[in-house]
Design a protein around this ligand. Structure first.
Ligand SMILES: Cc1ncc(COP(=O)(O)O)c(C=O)c1O
Length: 375
Protein backbone atom coordinates (compact mmCIF):
# COMPACT_ATOMS: atom_id res chain seq x y z
CA UNK A 1 0.00 0.00 0.00
CA UNK A 2 1.28 3.48 -0.91
CA UNK A 3 2.56 5.46 2.03
CA UNK A 4 0.02 7.96 3.22
CA UNK A 5 -2.79 6.13 1.45
CA UNK A 6 -5.93 5.79 3.60
CA UNK A 7 -7.84 2.60 2.71
CA UNK A 8 -11.60 2.49 3.00
CA UNK A 9 -11.43 -0.34 5.52
CA UNK A 10 -8.76 -2.57 6.97
CA UNK A 11 -9.10 -5.43 9.43
CA UNK A 12 -8.17 -4.66 13.02
CA UNK A 13 -6.48 -7.69 14.57
CA UNK A 14 -4.79 -6.47 17.70
CA UNK A 15 -5.98 -8.92 20.35
CA UNK A 16 -5.47 -12.65 20.89
CA UNK A 17 -5.91 -13.63 17.21
CA UNK A 18 -2.30 -14.77 16.69
CA UNK A 19 -2.15 -16.64 19.99
CA UNK A 20 -5.37 -18.59 19.41
CA UNK A 21 -4.54 -19.25 15.77
CA UNK A 22 -1.12 -20.63 16.69
CA UNK A 23 -2.68 -22.83 19.31
CA UNK A 24 -5.13 -24.23 16.77
CA UNK A 25 -2.23 -24.98 14.42
CA UNK A 26 -0.01 -26.47 17.11
CA UNK A 27 -2.75 -28.77 18.37
CA UNK A 28 -3.67 -29.87 14.85
CA UNK A 29 -7.30 -28.76 15.16
CA UNK A 30 -7.48 -26.96 11.85
CA UNK A 31 -10.75 -28.18 10.34
CA UNK A 32 -14.29 -27.84 11.60
CA UNK A 33 -13.87 -29.56 14.95
CA UNK A 34 -11.93 -27.91 17.77
CA UNK A 35 -12.64 -25.76 20.76
CA UNK A 36 -12.67 -22.40 18.99
CA UNK A 37 -15.76 -23.26 16.96
CA UNK A 38 -17.92 -23.60 20.04
CA UNK A 39 -16.16 -20.75 21.87
CA UNK A 40 -16.81 -18.45 18.92
CA UNK A 41 -20.40 -19.61 18.44
CA UNK A 42 -21.28 -19.35 22.12
CA UNK A 43 -19.60 -15.99 22.73
CA UNK A 44 -21.08 -14.35 19.65
CA UNK A 45 -24.56 -15.76 20.30
CA UNK A 46 -24.33 -14.43 23.86
CA UNK A 47 -23.25 -11.04 22.55
CA UNK A 48 -26.29 -10.99 20.27
CA UNK A 49 -28.59 -12.07 23.08
CA UNK A 50 -29.67 -15.29 21.35
CA UNK A 51 -29.51 -18.96 22.30
CA UNK A 52 -27.75 -20.37 19.27
CA UNK A 53 -24.90 -19.45 16.95
CA UNK A 54 -23.98 -21.67 14.01
CA UNK A 55 -20.64 -20.74 12.43
CA UNK A 56 -20.37 -21.07 8.66
CA UNK A 57 -17.86 -20.09 5.99
CA UNK A 58 -19.30 -16.72 4.94
CA UNK A 59 -22.29 -14.41 5.29
CA UNK A 60 -23.81 -15.36 1.95
CA UNK A 61 -24.14 -19.02 2.93
CA UNK A 62 -25.37 -17.97 6.38
CA UNK A 63 -28.29 -16.32 4.56
CA UNK A 64 -28.80 -19.34 2.31
CA UNK A 65 -28.73 -21.73 5.25
CA UNK A 66 -31.27 -19.56 7.11
CA UNK A 67 -33.63 -19.66 4.14
CA UNK A 68 -33.21 -23.42 3.61
CA UNK A 69 -33.83 -24.05 7.29
CA UNK A 70 -37.08 -22.08 7.12
CA UNK A 71 -38.18 -24.25 4.20
CA UNK A 72 -37.99 -21.52 1.52
CA UNK A 73 -38.15 -23.26 -1.81
CA UNK A 74 -38.71 -23.03 -5.55
CA UNK A 75 -41.89 -21.10 -6.36
CA UNK A 76 -41.75 -19.03 -3.18
CA UNK A 77 -41.11 -15.30 -2.99
CA UNK A 78 -39.00 -13.48 -0.44
CA UNK A 79 -39.25 -9.72 0.04
CA UNK A 80 -35.90 -7.96 0.25
CA UNK A 81 -34.82 -4.32 0.10
CA UNK A 82 -33.87 -3.08 -3.34
CA UNK A 83 -30.97 -1.18 -1.81
CA UNK A 84 -28.71 -3.93 -0.52
CA UNK A 85 -25.61 -5.93 -1.25
CA UNK A 86 -26.12 -8.53 -3.96
CA UNK A 87 -25.63 -11.48 -1.56
CA UNK A 88 -29.06 -10.82 0.01
CA UNK A 89 -30.72 -11.46 -3.36
CA UNK A 90 -28.44 -14.28 -4.48
CA UNK A 91 -29.06 -16.25 -1.29
CA UNK A 92 -32.78 -16.23 -2.12
CA UNK A 93 -32.06 -17.32 -5.71
CA UNK A 94 -29.99 -20.31 -4.49
CA UNK A 95 -33.15 -21.75 -2.90
CA UNK A 96 -35.04 -21.44 -6.20
CA UNK A 97 -37.31 -18.78 -4.67
CA UNK A 98 -37.60 -15.32 -6.21
CA UNK A 99 -36.46 -12.14 -4.48
CA UNK A 100 -39.03 -9.33 -4.68
CA UNK A 101 -37.75 -5.80 -4.20
CA UNK A 102 -38.95 -2.93 -2.01
CA UNK A 103 -37.48 0.56 -2.27
CA UNK A 104 -35.45 2.17 0.53
CA UNK A 105 -36.62 4.98 2.78
CA UNK A 106 -34.78 8.23 2.20
CA UNK A 107 -33.77 8.93 5.77
CA UNK A 108 -32.23 5.67 7.03
CA UNK A 109 -31.55 4.00 3.64
CA UNK A 110 -33.21 0.83 4.94
CA UNK A 111 -36.24 -0.98 3.51
CA UNK A 112 -39.35 1.21 3.40
CA UNK A 113 -41.80 -0.84 5.44
CA UNK A 114 -44.77 1.20 4.15
CA UNK A 115 -44.13 -0.32 0.71
CA UNK A 116 -43.91 -3.97 1.76
CA UNK A 117 -47.59 -4.93 1.79
CA UNK A 118 -48.16 -3.97 -1.85
CA UNK A 119 -45.51 -6.56 -2.82
CA UNK A 120 -47.06 -9.48 -0.93
CA UNK A 121 -48.62 -12.24 -3.04
CA UNK A 122 -49.86 -15.77 -2.36
CA UNK A 123 -46.31 -16.96 -2.97
CA UNK A 124 -44.66 -14.68 -0.40
CA UNK A 125 -43.08 -16.74 2.39
CA UNK A 126 -40.66 -14.41 4.10
CA UNK A 127 -39.30 -10.89 4.54
CA UNK A 128 -35.56 -10.29 4.70
CA UNK A 129 -34.85 -6.86 6.17
CA UNK A 130 -31.21 -5.83 5.71
CA UNK A 131 -29.76 -3.49 8.33
CA UNK A 132 -27.77 -1.23 6.04
CA UNK A 133 -24.32 0.18 6.83
CA UNK A 134 -24.83 -0.12 10.58
CA UNK A 135 -28.33 1.27 11.09
CA UNK A 136 -31.13 -1.10 12.17
CA UNK A 137 -34.32 -1.35 10.14
CA UNK A 138 -37.51 -0.19 11.82
CA UNK A 139 -38.49 -3.71 12.83
CA UNK A 140 -41.89 -3.21 14.53
CA UNK A 141 -43.87 -2.55 11.33
CA UNK A 142 -41.99 -5.36 9.58
CA UNK A 143 -42.81 -7.83 12.37
CA UNK A 144 -46.46 -6.70 12.31
CA UNK A 145 -46.73 -7.32 8.57
CA UNK A 146 -45.01 -10.69 8.99
CA UNK A 147 -47.51 -11.65 11.66
CA UNK A 148 -50.50 -10.50 9.62
CA UNK A 149 -49.48 -12.55 6.55
CA UNK A 150 -47.81 -15.47 8.41
CA UNK A 151 -44.38 -14.72 6.99
CA UNK A 152 -40.97 -15.59 8.38
CA UNK A 153 -38.42 -12.86 9.09
CA UNK A 154 -34.76 -13.38 8.25
CA UNK A 155 -32.55 -10.51 9.37
CA UNK A 156 -29.59 -9.85 7.12
CA UNK A 157 -27.36 -8.57 9.90
CA UNK A 158 -24.11 -8.91 7.90
CA UNK A 159 -23.15 -5.29 8.55
CA UNK A 160 -24.45 -4.57 12.05
CA UNK A 161 -22.54 -6.42 14.77
CA UNK A 162 -23.66 -4.80 18.00
CA UNK A 163 -26.39 -2.52 16.61
CA UNK A 164 -29.63 -2.36 18.58
CA UNK A 165 -33.29 -1.71 17.77
CA UNK A 166 -35.28 -0.38 20.75
CA UNK A 167 -32.52 -1.78 22.95
CA UNK A 168 -32.57 -5.24 21.38
CA UNK A 169 -29.57 -6.49 19.42
CA UNK A 170 -29.98 -6.81 15.68
CA UNK A 171 -29.96 -10.49 14.87
CA UNK A 172 -32.18 -11.37 17.82
CA UNK A 173 -35.40 -9.82 16.51
CA UNK A 174 -36.60 -11.97 13.60
CA UNK A 175 -36.94 -15.77 13.36
CA UNK A 176 -33.33 -16.17 12.32
CA UNK A 177 -30.42 -13.93 11.28
CA UNK A 178 -27.19 -14.04 9.32
CA UNK A 179 -23.92 -12.23 10.07
CA UNK A 180 -20.81 -11.86 7.93
CA UNK A 181 -17.24 -11.85 9.24
CA UNK A 182 -15.60 -10.75 5.99
CA UNK A 183 -12.38 -8.76 6.50
CA UNK A 184 -14.10 -5.36 6.38
CA UNK A 185 -16.70 -6.23 9.01
CA UNK A 186 -16.65 -4.86 12.58
CA UNK A 187 -15.58 -8.32 13.79
CA UNK A 188 -13.84 -10.51 11.22
CA UNK A 189 -12.55 -14.01 10.62
CA UNK A 190 -11.17 -13.17 7.14
CA UNK A 191 -14.00 -15.08 5.50
CA UNK A 192 -16.78 -16.28 7.74
CA UNK A 193 -20.39 -16.06 8.78
CA UNK A 194 -22.82 -17.09 11.47
CA UNK A 195 -26.49 -17.93 11.67
CA UNK A 196 -28.07 -16.93 14.98
CA UNK A 197 -31.48 -17.85 16.33
CA UNK A 198 -33.46 -18.43 19.51
CA UNK A 199 -35.33 -21.31 17.94
CA UNK A 200 -33.95 -24.72 19.02
CA UNK A 201 -35.42 -26.59 16.04
CA UNK A 202 -34.10 -24.09 13.48
CA UNK A 203 -30.65 -24.20 15.08
CA UNK A 204 -30.62 -27.99 14.88
CA UNK A 205 -31.65 -27.89 11.23
CA UNK A 206 -28.88 -25.39 10.49
CA UNK A 207 -26.29 -27.70 12.04
CA UNK A 208 -27.68 -30.60 10.02
CA UNK A 209 -27.79 -28.84 6.63
CA UNK A 210 -24.44 -27.05 7.08
CA UNK A 211 -22.63 -30.37 7.43
CA UNK A 212 -23.88 -32.31 4.39
CA UNK A 213 -26.87 -33.63 6.33
CA UNK A 214 -24.78 -35.97 8.41
CA UNK A 215 -26.92 -37.09 11.36
CA UNK A 216 -26.31 -34.88 14.39
CA UNK A 217 -26.11 -37.85 16.78
CA UNK A 218 -25.41 -41.57 16.58
CA UNK A 219 -23.15 -43.52 14.32
CA UNK A 220 -22.36 -42.29 10.82
CA UNK A 221 -23.64 -44.76 8.27
CA UNK A 222 -22.91 -42.53 5.28
CA UNK A 223 -26.52 -42.52 4.19
CA UNK A 224 -28.08 -39.06 3.86
CA UNK A 225 -31.78 -38.26 3.95
CA UNK A 226 -31.57 -34.75 2.47
CA UNK A 227 -29.40 -32.66 0.19
CA UNK A 228 -26.99 -30.77 2.42
CA UNK A 229 -24.12 -28.32 2.07
CA UNK A 230 -20.56 -28.10 3.28
CA UNK A 231 -20.81 -24.66 4.88
CA UNK A 232 -18.53 -25.49 7.83
CA UNK A 233 -16.18 -22.92 9.31
CA UNK A 234 -12.65 -24.02 10.22
CA UNK A 235 -11.28 -23.90 13.76
CA UNK A 236 -8.57 -21.57 12.40
CA UNK A 237 -11.15 -18.99 11.38
CA UNK A 238 -13.07 -19.47 14.62
CA UNK A 239 -9.85 -18.87 16.62
CA UNK A 240 -9.60 -15.43 15.01
CA UNK A 241 -13.33 -14.89 15.50
CA UNK A 242 -13.23 -15.72 19.20
CA UNK A 243 -10.41 -13.20 19.71
CA UNK A 244 -12.45 -10.60 17.83
CA UNK A 245 -15.55 -11.19 19.96
CA UNK A 246 -13.41 -10.61 23.07
CA UNK A 247 -12.86 -7.04 21.83
CA UNK A 248 -16.11 -6.43 19.96
CA UNK A 249 -17.55 -3.81 22.34
CA UNK A 250 -14.39 -1.78 21.90
CA UNK A 251 -14.59 -2.02 18.10
CA UNK A 252 -18.19 -0.81 18.12
CA UNK A 253 -17.21 2.13 20.35
CA UNK A 254 -14.39 3.01 17.96
CA UNK A 255 -16.75 2.94 14.95
CA UNK A 256 -19.19 5.23 16.77
CA UNK A 257 -16.44 7.58 17.88
CA UNK A 258 -15.08 7.86 14.33
CA UNK A 259 -18.55 8.67 13.04
CA UNK A 260 -18.95 11.36 15.69
CA UNK A 261 -15.75 13.04 14.45
CA UNK A 262 -16.91 12.89 10.83
CA UNK A 263 -20.29 14.36 11.75
CA UNK A 264 -18.83 17.03 13.98
CA UNK A 265 -16.54 18.35 11.26
CA UNK A 266 -18.69 17.74 8.18
CA UNK A 267 -22.22 17.68 9.57
CA UNK A 268 -22.94 21.31 8.73
CA UNK A 269 -21.79 21.15 5.10
CA UNK A 270 -24.71 21.58 2.77
CA UNK A 271 -24.95 18.87 0.14
CA UNK A 272 -23.49 16.13 2.35
CA UNK A 273 -25.85 13.88 4.28
CA UNK A 274 -24.82 11.16 6.70
CA UNK A 275 -26.87 8.15 7.76
CA UNK A 276 -28.64 9.28 10.93
CA UNK A 277 -29.18 7.49 14.20
CA UNK A 278 -32.88 7.29 14.94
CA UNK A 279 -33.95 7.67 18.58
CA UNK A 280 -34.87 3.97 18.67
CA UNK A 281 -31.58 2.82 17.18
CA UNK A 282 -27.95 2.29 17.98
CA UNK A 283 -26.10 2.71 14.70
CA UNK A 284 -22.72 0.95 14.72
CA UNK A 285 -21.55 2.81 11.61
CA UNK A 286 -19.98 -0.17 9.87
CA UNK A 287 -19.37 2.30 7.07
CA UNK A 288 -19.48 6.08 7.13
CA UNK A 289 -21.73 6.58 4.15
CA UNK A 290 -22.54 10.01 2.76
CA UNK A 291 -24.89 11.18 0.05
CA UNK A 292 -23.47 14.01 -2.05
CA UNK A 293 -25.89 16.42 -3.71
CA UNK A 294 -24.09 18.21 -6.51
CA UNK A 295 -26.37 21.24 -6.63
CA UNK A 296 -25.64 21.99 -2.98
CA UNK A 297 -22.09 20.69 -2.51
CA UNK A 298 -20.85 22.01 -5.85
CA UNK A 299 -19.32 18.74 -6.97
CA UNK A 300 -20.78 15.35 -7.87
CA UNK A 301 -20.17 12.16 -5.92
CA UNK A 302 -17.89 10.86 -8.70
CA UNK A 303 -15.86 14.07 -8.84
CA UNK A 304 -15.48 14.02 -5.05
CA UNK A 305 -14.25 10.40 -5.13
CA UNK A 306 -11.70 11.32 -7.80
CA UNK A 307 -10.42 14.30 -5.81
CA UNK A 308 -10.19 12.21 -2.65
CA UNK A 309 -8.22 9.54 -4.49
CA UNK A 310 -5.76 12.20 -5.69
CA UNK A 311 -5.17 13.04 -2.03
CA UNK A 312 -4.64 9.35 -1.16
CA UNK A 313 -8.08 8.84 0.37
CA UNK A 314 -9.95 5.72 -0.63
CA UNK A 315 -13.75 5.59 -0.88
CA UNK A 316 -16.38 3.26 -2.35
CA UNK A 317 -19.59 3.60 -4.29
CA UNK A 318 -22.87 2.72 -2.60
CA UNK A 319 -24.64 -0.46 -3.69
CA UNK A 320 -26.48 -0.49 -6.99
CA UNK A 321 -30.19 -1.38 -6.90
CA UNK A 322 -31.31 -4.97 -7.29
CA UNK A 323 -33.60 -3.92 -10.17
CA UNK A 324 -30.44 -2.91 -12.07
CA UNK A 325 -28.80 -6.36 -11.82
CA UNK A 326 -28.64 -8.23 -15.11
CA UNK A 327 -28.08 -11.52 -13.30
CA UNK A 328 -31.28 -11.16 -11.31
CA UNK A 329 -33.21 -10.21 -14.43
CA UNK A 330 -31.94 -13.36 -16.18
CA UNK A 331 -32.97 -15.37 -13.16
CA UNK A 332 -36.54 -14.14 -13.61
CA UNK A 333 -36.84 -11.40 -11.02
CA UNK A 334 -39.28 -8.63 -11.81
CA UNK A 335 -36.92 -5.69 -12.31
CA UNK A 336 -39.55 -3.34 -13.73
CA UNK A 337 -40.90 -0.37 -11.85
CA UNK A 338 -39.42 2.69 -10.23
CA UNK A 339 -37.15 2.69 -7.19
CA UNK A 340 -36.33 6.38 -6.86
CA UNK A 341 -34.71 6.27 -3.42
CA UNK A 342 -32.46 3.34 -4.35
CA UNK A 343 -31.39 5.11 -7.54
CA UNK A 344 -30.76 8.35 -5.64
CA UNK A 345 -28.56 6.50 -3.14
CA UNK A 346 -26.74 4.51 -5.82
CA UNK A 347 -26.04 7.61 -7.90
CA UNK A 348 -24.97 9.94 -5.09
CA UNK A 349 -23.69 7.77 -2.24
CA UNK A 350 -20.15 6.88 -1.27
CA UNK A 351 -18.52 5.65 1.84
CA UNK A 352 -15.50 7.19 3.47
CA UNK A 353 -12.68 5.33 5.25
CA UNK A 354 -14.25 3.52 8.18
CA UNK A 355 -11.93 0.80 9.55
CA UNK A 356 -11.50 0.51 13.31
CA UNK A 357 -7.73 1.00 12.92
CA UNK A 358 -8.09 4.53 11.50
CA UNK A 359 -6.27 7.23 13.41
CA UNK A 360 -8.13 10.37 14.46
CA UNK A 361 -5.56 12.49 12.55
CA UNK A 362 -6.48 10.55 9.41
CA UNK A 363 -10.18 11.29 9.87
CA UNK A 364 -9.37 14.93 10.50
CA UNK A 365 -7.30 14.99 7.30
CA UNK A 366 -10.20 13.43 5.33
CA UNK A 367 -12.63 15.98 6.76
CA UNK A 368 -10.28 18.87 6.07
CA UNK A 369 -9.84 17.70 2.50
CA UNK A 370 -13.62 17.47 1.95
CA UNK A 371 -14.19 20.91 3.47
CA UNK A 372 -11.51 22.38 1.19
CA UNK A 373 -13.27 20.90 -1.85
CA UNK A 374 -16.65 22.44 -1.05
CA UNK A 375 -17.50 25.04 -3.67
C1 LIG B 1 -25.86 -6.85 3.58
C2 LIG B 1 -24.93 -7.99 3.28
N1 LIG B 1 -25.42 -9.24 3.20
C3 LIG B 1 -24.64 -10.30 2.97
C4 LIG B 1 -23.28 -10.16 2.80
C5 LIG B 1 -22.46 -11.35 2.45
O1 LIG B 1 -21.45 -11.65 3.36
P1 LIG B 1 -20.12 -12.40 2.87
O2 LIG B 1 -19.32 -11.44 2.08
O3 LIG B 1 -19.47 -12.81 4.15
O4 LIG B 1 -20.56 -13.59 2.07
C6 LIG B 1 -22.72 -8.89 2.88
C7 LIG B 1 -21.26 -8.72 2.73
O5 LIG B 1 -20.66 -7.71 2.83
C8 LIG B 1 -23.55 -7.77 3.13
O6 LIG B 1 -23.06 -6.52 3.19
Amino acid sequence: MAEGFIPVCEPFLDGNEKKYLLEAIETGWISSAGKYISLFEESFAKYCGVKHGIAVCNGTVALHLSLVTLGINEGDEVIIPNFTMIASAFAVCYTGATPVFVDAEKETWNIDSSKIEEKITKRTKAIMPVHIYGHPCDMTPILNIAKKYHLKVIEDAAEVHGATYKGQKCGSIGDIAAFSFFSNKIATTGEGGMVVTNDDALAEKCRYFKNLCFPLTGQRTYTHDDIGFNYRMSNLHAAVGFAQVERIEEYVDIRRKHNAIYKEVLGDISGITFQPEKTWAKNVYWMNGIVVEKNKFGMSRDELMKKLREKGIDSRLFFSGMHRQGGLQKFGCDCRGEYPVTDWLAENGLYLPSGSGLKEEQIEFICKTIRSLKA
